[in-house]
Design a protein around this ligand. Structure first.
Ligand SMILES: NC(=O)c1ccc[n+]([C@@H]2O[C@H](COP(=O)([O-])OP(=O)(O)OC[C@H]3O[C@@H](n4cnc5c(N)ncnc54)[C@H](O)[C@@H]3O)[C@@H](O)[C@H]2O)c1
Length: 254
């Protein structure tokens, strides 16, 4: 799918990997709707101009995502692509110092990372379907963000790994279902990227994480994630796949 003149919805677009996608697609001439609970999306809108529109959205809420999708159609005339970057990371053992992990903390991670991604997929795809497409043409492209933690989750990542494993698991069945609609679905499983999600860690810990990457031995840059998201949109043969973007890292147990 070509990017210029098309409309993209980016969940989690206020920060990190999502914000890099907003900048990448806006620079390439797309219209972008940022869906995020964080108001920083409004700053991006001011910075990037009229082609970018921030709609404060909690991805776990059906009505709020519906409103964001409707905004894409009202303001820019339709929806062509959805990039799912909204997510939360936690590190908590199943049995911690204070006993078993409270169930609501596990549920919260699943709600945002997995159910929130599904919520955006179902509503974005329904909007994409309102638009006719020529045979063989992409009607829509959906990119989801999993994580290498879906495959090699560390101690403390039960909830996070389960949520990302869910994203991996639904990629192929949804791509298969949407094939008849000419909508592609591809996921990216990033390794360790230098985003605000990691900013809470001390510099030493961030450096040590970077050194665990075989090559290049550093943290990934958000622009590298955005470059892959862009390639997925532009390369029509990519569909139903999860692509690791990780410098060959395989996470150790801790
Ligand atoms: N940074 C990494 O190393 C890394 C590695 C693998 C996967 N990921 C995944 O990449 C995605 C982006 O992460 P990031 O590193 O850019 O983190 P980030 O914290 O910089 O960005 C995440 C964004 O999601 C938003 N968000 C959180 N809950 C939301 C909700 N309920 N509704 C709408 N927006 C919500 C946050 O406000 C934030 O702007 C996440 O899904 C994360 O799990 C990140």
């Amino acid at each position: 799918m070509q990017i210029a003149g098309r409309t993209f919805l980016v969940s989690g677009g206020s920060s990190g990997l999502g914000a890099a996608c907003v900048a990448e697609f806006a620079r390439a001439g797309a219209n972008v709707v940022i869906c995020d609970v964080s108001e920083r999306g409004a700053d991006l809108q001011r910075e990037l101009g009229d082609a970018v529109c921030f709609v404060k959205t909690d991805v776990t809420d059906g009505a709020q995502v519906e409103r964001a999708v409707a905004t894409a159609a009202e303001r820019f005339g339709g929806l062509h692509a959805a990039i799912n970057c909204a997510g939360v990371a936690t590190a908590e053992r199943v049995i911690g110092r204070e006993g078993p992990l409270p169930l609501e903390r596990f549920s919260k991670v699943i709600a945002v990372n997995l159910i929130g991604t599904f919520n955006v997929i179902r509503l974005a795809a329904a909007k994409m379907l309102e638009r006719p497409a020529e045979p063989g043409e992409d009607r829509g492209v959906i990119v989801c963000t999993a994580s290498v933690a879906a495959y090699d989750g560390q101690i403390g990542q039960a909830a996070y790994s389960a949520s990302k494993g869910g994203v991996v698991g639904m990629t192929l069945p949804i791509a298969r279902e949407f094939a008849q609609h000419q909508i592609r679905v591809v996921s990216i499983a990033p390794g360790i990227f230098d985003t605000p999600m990691l900013a809470g860690l001390p510099e030493q810990a961030r450096e040590s994480l970077g050194k665990q990457v075989p090559f290049p031995s550093r943290l990934g840059k958000p622009a590298e994630y955005a470059a892959l998201a862009r390639h997925i949109v532009e390369n029509q043969m990519l569909n139903g796949e999860v692509i690791r973007l990780d410098g060959a890292i395989r996470m150790a147990p801790r």
